[in-house]
Design a protein around this ligand. Structure first.
Ligand SMILES: Cc1ncc(COP(=O)(O)O)c(C=O)c1O
Length: 472
């Protein structure tokens, strides 16, 4: 049987603190994460690596044991030590009847999630580092109900780096994910029975939240660039609304990004008529250089909500909200009433990723994955017009030709094992919605699954009658 060749591995050791074996394990984790050591790579023998690094064989043995404990590598007697495929860890969990649902074979392109396995090693390394923190127990106490100042400062650094938003840690309120941040912001500026303005097509999580908070949603018309400030003003006056929820950058689902001019117009109109802008920026980190946020243009009239769910890991449940001082106190009260104190452990891991520079590298990998999968999708759908869908984001917004109805396509696709979302899911009330679908590109682990799913869609759109009786 053919054995993979052993590589010569040169870990970057400069600037690594802590015991040598752990530094080598961290370098190994990093090179697995960045693709230098792909799954299946046979690592050097303990003796060879010890020689190359001028350390003892015992140090290498401990380093490999550490990496093995983290699930990064595995060994077989007589064959050597190999880089494991992180996806196999997931398969193993499924097989063991663990936390994850058994695989159904469905290609799910309906959820704006991200394949997380490329970042598994980085997460393991950060969690490992957190476990060694001498102040870990102190960070888990009730002592800092709004979150430890150092953790809030890490989020402020992240906002400066990825959103061009300059705030201090004490302006950051930690919430339970982006959804929790939205809840905190809305509870602070609305009361049950109020009207909340939203984009004509909006994030479905806002529809459920509005229902829960007893808010009436009123859709505001958009064009290809997003919200129309004049239409917002008119709707606010007509319906007596005091708040608008919107996604100015890479809107979900239309992918529209508001121009600087419209952002300025929105802010000055909000000041003039007393409207509060709730800006959701969860996809903003994908747009680089960052477009100025509403919060930086109008900090007095904006509640900025976002999270690390799209840029890092949704399971960290690290969301945050930033707003002007009087509302800050009200939001802190809402937080106290709903979650008492943020889930510190997720935020500590997030802060570790940010402070070590790893978060920046993960976000960069996400952008690269978006570019790769957008390229693949656009090649497969080349006969369709995707010019209005921004390629910088994790999904494609696909207006359909007249002979293909969105709900028929969604149904036929599901019959073929592919799940996508109809524009209807983003509509508000009885307002008319476009004949379009949303296709999420990063929720499946492999590009091959995406390729299969998109090919099915392409076939169904190109040949609607033959592919399903329900299509016109
Ligand atoms: C626009 C928008 N806001 C908020 C969220 C929720 O994010 P989180 O997972 O951090 O609660 C999502 C998730 O898809 C989203 O698309």
């Amino acid at each position: 049987m053919n054995q993979p060749a052993t590589i010569r591995w040169q870990p970057a050791m400069a600037g690594r603190a802590g015991p040598l074996y752990r530094a080598i394990a961290a370098a190994l984790a990093e090179d697995i994460a960045n693709g230098t050591l792909p799954p299946g790579t046979r690592l050097p023998t303990h003796r060879d690596l010890a020689w190359d690094l001028k350390v003892t064989v015992g140090t290498i043995t401990r380093a490999y044991q550490e990496a093995e404990r983290q699930g990064l590598i595995g060994g077989e007697v007589g064959r050597g030590t190999f880089v494991r495929d992180p996806r196999r860890l997931v398969d193993a969990t499924v097989e063991a009847g663990g936390l994850l649902e058994p695989a159904t074979g469905l290609i799910d392109l309906s959820v704006n999630a991200t394949a997380l396995w490329p970042d598994a090693a980085a997460l393991a390394a950060a969690t490992q580092a957190v476990a060694q923190r001498p102040d870990l127990t102190a960070l888990m106490s009730y002592q800092t109900p709004l979150g430890h100042p150092r953790l809030r400062a890490a989020i402020a650094d992240w906002l400066a780096d990825t959103a061009g938003l300059h705030v201090t840690g004490d302006q950051v309120l930690l919430a339970a994910g982006g959804q929790g941040a939205m809840q905190v912001a809305l509870a602070a500026v609305t009361r049950p029975g109020d009207t909340l303005l939203v984009e004509q097509l909006t994030y479905p999580g806002m529809r459920t939240l509005a229902l829960h908070l007893g808010l009436r949603l009123v859709p505001v018309p958009m064009d290809g660039e997003g919200l129309l400030p004049d239409a917002v003003e008119q709707a606010a006056r007509t319906h007596g609304a005091h708040a608008l929820y919107c996604m100015p950058t890479l809107q979900n689902p239309t992918t529209a990004t508001l121009s600087l001019e419209r952002r300025r117009a929105l802010v000055s109109m909000a000041r003039r008529i007393g409207l509060m802008l709730v800006e959701d920026d969860v996809y903003g980190f994908l747009k680089q250089p960052a477009v100025p946020t509403l919060a930086s243009l109008g900090p007095d009239v904006t509640l900025y909500v976002s999270s690390l769910s799209k840029s890092l890991f949704p399971g960290l449940r690290t969301g945050y909200v930033i707003g002007p001082r009087p509302l800050f106190d009200r939001m802190a009260t809402v937080l106290r009433a709903t979650i008492l104190t943020p889930a510190h452990l997720g935020t500590v891991v997030a802060a570790e990723l940010i402070d070590s520079g790893e978060a920046g590298r993960i976000a960069q990998r996400r952008r690269a994955l978006v570019a790769e999968r957008q390229g693949l999708t656009r090649t497969l759908l080349r006969s369709l017009d995707l010019s209005a869908s921004d390629p910088d984001v994790t999904h494609v917004w696909l207006p359909l030709p007249d002979n293909v109805r969105r709900d028929d396509l969604v149904r036929a696709a599901l019959e073929h094992g592919v799940k996508i979302t109809s524009a209807e899911a983003f509509g508000v009330g009885k307002a008319e919605v476009q004949n379009a679908v949303r296709i999420c590109l990063l929720g499946v682990d492999h590009a091959g699954q995406l390729e299969r799913g998109v090919s099915v869609l392409d076939g169904l759109i190109a040949n609607p009658v033959a592919s399903s009786a329900t299509l016109v």
